[in-house]
Design a protein around this ligand. Structure first.
Ligand code: NIG
Ligand code: FE
Length: 389
């Protein structure tokens, strides 16, 4: 076992208030010792123990790797024309999902895996070291199984998005598709996933249909997470709370009762401002949520329709500029918040026992992630104790 001392850290964000200042647990002039894939020591550089090897960050800020708790990386096809049409005034209706279903069904498993690998690589270069990935562009037993196989070959956090859109063969008969999802897709696919998700939205699946999908997933050992209140006010948030979902995602069109329900629950509100940016949607009421005591996560939501970005610093910049989150809140939400949304305590933090997932910034502190939008500040990334970039 080799121990490595990471030193020359101007500011270390640990996300452990027991280790440093504030909610981000900041330690100035810090050092970290890693052994194999784990962090074994954190503290002021002056007190660091001796180790076998040493890595000098030369005065950079170091943070936990970002935890992306919402992505749709198993897909094929391009929807840039749909994006361009939206920017020219068309509304996002989620109808484009059907086009991605068509292309994804036609693609080979190797093509899907290569595409997801490319997007994970992109994520890693921008500091993301944990990624949840959903199926949902298959919407048949065979195509969902294939999507989940691809996802689980590349990440541990796999979500069966059994009801994302009604596929063409059930057009006009949402009830029949929900029956197929509950009686065929979920029973066959559940062993390949950890989470069950549904798109609870006008024009997608209503409250009763969403409840049936999620409950069937729960009955098959999965834990729910929900796409809710993205495009319209609706029942998604309250359904997520009712079923004890780990997270409800988007939460743009919410009211004070939704905020109250979330505040009294264990359900994380995951904000995906990249999707709101690329669909010209409203932005969620992050202040209302945070001030009410709701746990907020931030995700990039990489998908070909609403948010074709893997870049968490971009989302942090929007969260600070347009959602009025402080930089501290946004950084926490993109690291520890994502970990909460995935019910993980080994990532999104830098403390003894955590997985050694770290990034260094070409900057003296974490504020620069919002202060220098669009600038590639991530200078190196360590995943499970290995220097990746
Ligand atoms: O997270 N809202 C539903 N699902 C995705 C978008 C899917 C798509 O447009 O392809 C989302 O925004
Ligand atoms: Fe999504």
């Amino acid at each position: 076992m080799t121990s490595t001392l990471l030193t020359g850290i101007s500011e270390l964000v640990t996300n452990d208030p027991g280790l440093g200042r504030g909610k981000l647990g900041i330690v100035d002039e810090a050092a970290v010792v890693i052994e194999d894939d784990a962090v074994v020591w954190v503290g002021p550089a002056a007190e660091a123990p001796s180790t076998d090897a040493k890595h000098d960050f030369h005065g950079r800020a170091v943070l936990p790797g970002f935890v992306e708790s919402h992505s749709h990386m198993v897909f094929s096809g391009d929807r840039s024309e749909e994006f361009a049409a939206r920017m020219a005034g068309e509304k996002y209706t989620a109808g484009g999902i059907r086009g991605t279903v068509k292309h994804t069904r036609q693609a080979s498993e190797e093509e899907l895996r290569a595409n997801m690998r490319r997007l994970l690589d992109e994520s890693l270069r921008s500091g993301t070291t944990t990624v949840e990935c959903k199926s949902g562009y298959g919407q048949s037993v065979e195509a969902e199984l294939r999507s989940l196989e691809v996802a689980r070959s590349l990440t541990d956090e796999v979500t069966l998005l059994a009801a994302h859109v009604v596929p063409p063969e059930y057009e006009g008969d949402t009830e029949e598709y929900v029956r197929v999802a509950c009686e065929e897709i979920i029973p066959r696919c559940a062993p390949l996933a950890r989470w069950i998700d549904v798109f609870c939205e006008q024009g997608a699946f209503d409250e009763d249909q969403s409840r049936r999908v999620l409950q069937t997933g729960i009955d098959h050992g999965l834990t729910p997470r929900v796409h809710g209140n993205q495009l319209h006010q609706g029942p998604g948030v309250r359904l997520a709370v009712e079923l004890g979902a780990a997270s409800v995602d988007h939460v743009v069109h919410i009211d004070s009762e939704d905020i109250e329900a979330l505040a009294g629950s264990e359900t994380v509100a995951t904000l995906l401002p990249g999707a709101d940016f690329s669909t010209r949607n409203a932005y969620p009421d992050a202040r209302g949520l945070i001030d009410a005591g709701v746990t907020v996560a931030l995700g990039a939501d990489c998908n070909p329709g609403t948010s074709y970005t893997t870049n968490m610093p971009f989302c942090i910049a929007i969260a600070v500029r347009d959602l009025h989150m402080t930089a501290d809140e946004a950084v926490w939400a993109a690291t520890a918040g994502g970990a909460r949304a995935l019910r993980r305590d080994d990532v999104g933090v830098v403390r003894p026992g955590a997985r050694a997932d770290l990034m260094a910034l070409d900057a003296p502190n974490h504020l620069h992630l919002a202060y220098r939008p669009g600038v590639p500040l991530i200078s190196s990334v360590w995943q499970a104790g290995r220097l990746k970039y």
